[in-house]
Design a protein around this ligand. Structure first.
Ligand SMILES: NC(=O)c1ccc[n+]([C@@H]2O[C@H](COP(=O)([O-])OP(=O)(O)OC[C@H]3O[C@@H](n4cnc5c(N)ncnc54)[C@H](OP(=O)(O)O)[C@@H]3O)[C@@H](O)[C@H]2O)c1
Length: 276
């Protein structure tokens, strides 16, 4: 007997008259994107919004969020902007409630936001470094996932995309707390995928490479040399663009087309880290 992991997902109607429904889009879907005020999250939000998704976008810094919101307005993207800290569990619950109340439905979550610390050798890592990375990484991701689950379960369908990192897998020197927090995010992704598939919810992780906006300034040549060396070995020899390179696979994972994929990690890094 056929086991359908997503009973509410798009079924292939088979051959027949008229155009087949499009499983690849997100038009009309309501998606929460955390950390959409800059960087990758902003590119993902722009990409989804320009393809008809309605968005609840967040950031911590109200001024930066207002700047992103003004750009989305100018592009005609229907959205709700909410400033909140991903480490705040109550704020995650409130965000999901407000998004559902505002749009009347909830289809997807991109748990993108995470705070970062400057590169630090492991022997100098402090308790506050570990707390910040874990509070905003795996814990923040979990609070957001828990907050949307009741709405997804009621709808019989939901899509969650989390954010991991290649340095979590490689153990990047100087990135101890960050790497550990990102591997914890990937682990939670698999557990959520196992526990929630029965509700029609898929949960997948994307490991992006799009750090041009984090390139050290010209007056820090040592760190800049390390950064540039990363791309010297890169198969494509370039950084990813948030909108053009990172967002399209995220859109796919939010769409019906990905309904039979869950618990997976996708390297969206131009082949920077190839895994067997
Ligand atoms: N860039 C890369 O190449 C790369 C590689 C691997 C993984 N990643 C992952 O991809 C995601 C996005 O990376 P990015 O480079 O675009 O990051 P980024 O430029 O530092 O932007 C982070 C976004 O998250 C928000 N944010 C940070 N801490 C927050 C908090 N505690 N509460 C609420 N919002 C918070 C920021 O808002 P504010 O402006 O208000 O601070 C901003 O919108 C992260 O999960 C990162 O770990 C990135």
């Amino acid at each position: 007997m056929r086991q359908d992991a997503n009973p509410a997902g798009a079924a292939d109607p088979g051959p027949g008259p008229g155009p087949a429904p499009d499983p690849y889009g997100v038009r009309g879907h309501v998606v929460i994107v955390t950390g959409a005020s800059r960087g990758i999250g902003r590119g993902i939000a722009r990409h989804l919004g320009r393809r008809g998704a309605r968005l609840a976008v967040t950031g911590r810094n109200p001024k930066r969020l207002a700047d992103a919101s003004a750009e989305f307005d100018a592009l005609g993207i229907e959205h709700l902007a909410v400033a909140c800290d991903v480490a705040d569990k109550a704020a995650a619950v409130d965000l999901a409630r407000r998004a559902h109340e505002h749009f009347g439905r909830l289809d997807g979550l991109v748990a993108n936001a995470q705070s970062f610390r400057p590169v630090t050798p492991l022997e100098e890592v402090t308790e506050s470094d570990m707390d910040l990375l874990f509070d905003t990484g795996p814990k923040g991701t979990l609070w957001a996932m828990q907050a949307v689950l009741p709405y997804f379960r009621a709808a019989g369908r939901g899509r969650i995309v989390t954010m991991g990192s290649a340095v979590g897998m490689s153990g990047g020197a100087g990135y101890g707390p960050y790497s550990a927090s990102k591997e914890a995010v990937r682990s939670l992704t698999r557990t959520a995928a196992r526990e929630w598939a029965r509700y029609g919810v898929t949960v997948n992780c994307v490991c992006p490479a799009s750090a041009a906006h984090r390139r050290p300034p010209a007056d820090d040549p040592d760190r800049r040399a390390v950064f540039d060396a990363m791309y010297a070995q890169h198969p494509m020899g370039r950084d990813g663009d948030p909108d053009a390179d990172i967002a399209p696979p995220v859109l796919f994972l939010l769409s019906d087309a990905s309904q039979y994929i869950t618990g997976e990690t996708f390297m969206v890094d131009g082949g920077g880290q190839m895994r067997a």
